[in-house]
Design a protein around this ligand. Sequence first.
Ligand code: HSE
Length: 405
Amino acid sequence: MAKIAVLGYGTVGSGVVEILDANAESISKKAGQPIEVKSVLDLRDFPGDPIQEKIVHDIDLIINDDEIDVVVEVMGEPAFTFVKRALEAGKSVCTSNKALVAAHGAELLAMAKERSLNFMFEASVGGGIPIIRPLNQALTADEITKITGIMNGTTNYILTKMSNDGSSYEEVLKEAQALGYAERNPEADVEGYDACRKIAILTSLADGRTVNFEEITTEGITKISNEDFAYARKLNSVIKLLATSYRKDGKVYAITAPFLIDTTHPLYNVNGVLNGIYVNGNMVGDVMFFGAGAGKLPTASAVVGDIIDCVKHKGTNVCVIWDDEKLELAPTRDEVRSFFVRVKGNASDTAMVKEQFGDVEIITVDGLDNEFGFITDKMTEEAFDKAAANVDMISRIRIDDTKLQ
Ligand code: HSE
């Protein structure tokens, strides 16, 4: 019998307990022994809930309990301190906490390795979608040349609704909050910080060195308007918040931002709260991961998969190559891509635009007077910014032209 503790009986924590109970028999077979939740740390009590007899309010009761082999951190702050203490006490740790992993992944992995323990975090990116383990274990023959994903369900829900229904950003955000998809303070999702941390984790795993998530150019979706979607429809495209990194000429680039993608893009049909992640390896070619990127049971499913792996590997570190050497990202200003641009003026007033951007095709949308749009040729971000400073720009959205090869 393996005994575990769960830190936090919130959405994911209660999902972990539920799955371990519902699938106890098959989990026991897969882990080689039954898994029992011995303690659950929470500030609250749950009178009438069978979990109540396992609730503890003091982390020391878990840290000092030699019977507990695996600690599951699904509580948020003060995660780092508790996770470090658990590892120091000889317990493996599983977490869904992307902020913790993005900020301290290399350090916690090293601590686990030194002690022949494991630090696992499958649920930190893509919720229930397997992506950490595939990068660590399945795609190791390859050099990963590109990762691009829709890694945030909240923003994908908002953008999908705006695209399909023509509702405004503010309207859809309110609806998403009412449905429980968006937090009351939605900043981490809508400003792209959540997706930024996720691409930092995946890029660190793909490269083996640490990406500082604070150095990834990050733009959210708060400025995306119905007018932008009107142009997108005319271009047979949608707007998606992509978190992406790629290797080119020995340099690694990374960005999180809204992108215009057309029907041929592998992520075009990833809608609503779903996530999709495209990976290109230099040997395997293209692989795609798709599914529920958030939610109680999908996220808990990934956490329980990690718990089983920890139980199976008791006393053995499952090696993950991610060390604390810093990976210097190449500057975004050197990235080359096309841009969709909206400028003030009318279609007969395009001389300045053509002077700056060449003979671009002008796009107009019925009902949007005194403005027009166009798509630039491929150019660096730096060259784009210089040219854009000379036109009366309303907005610009980057274009991602990833294609399945
Ligand atoms: N807030 C995140 C999302 C939860 O919307 O995708 C999963 O990380």
